[in-house]
Design a protein around this ligand. Structure first.
Ligand SMILES: *[C@@H]1O[C@H](CO)[C@@H](O)[C@H](O)[C@H]1NC(C)=O
Length: 107
């Protein structure tokens, strides 16, 4: 169920978001393990410590607006994205261990 939801999101982000640049893959990150208290601004701030964030999209429930605990973050460059993975994967945000991975989707 959870996997299905994630897959659906990958398709939605790919088809609906003009900010996901298919010609420049490698600078999109996929963040999981977020506390539901964490906001999009928190995620952006957390990432901006290490690298330049272009855009941050926290996935929320459309009805309750509660966080689903994962987010897509687009970095300025592939180098920024790689630095973020290196420094922020398995680091702690709001008491939760977060995982940062490259979001390759269906590119
Ligand atoms: C991030 O951490 C997870 C969990 O330990 C690990 O499986 C994964 O390989 C790491 N990802 C990267 C891109 O280093």
């Amino acid at each position: 169920m959870y996997i299905c939801y994630v897959t659906l999101w990958k398709f939605m982000v790919f088809f609906l978001s003009p900010s996901v640049d298919a010609t420049n893959p490698g600078n999109n990150l996929y963040v999981t393990g977020l506390s539901t208290r964490v906001t999009s601004a928190d995620v952006e701030k957390f990432f901006n410590k290490e690298c330049k964030v272009l855009e941050c999209h926290l996935v929320t429930d459309p009805r309750s607006r509660e966080s689903r605990g994962f987010a897509f973050v687009t970095m300025e460059t592939v180098e920024d994205a790689e630095r973020c993975i290196k420094y922020l994967n398995r680091s702690v945000l709001e008491g939760r261990l977060v995982t940062v991975e490259k979001f390759l989707g269906i590119y």
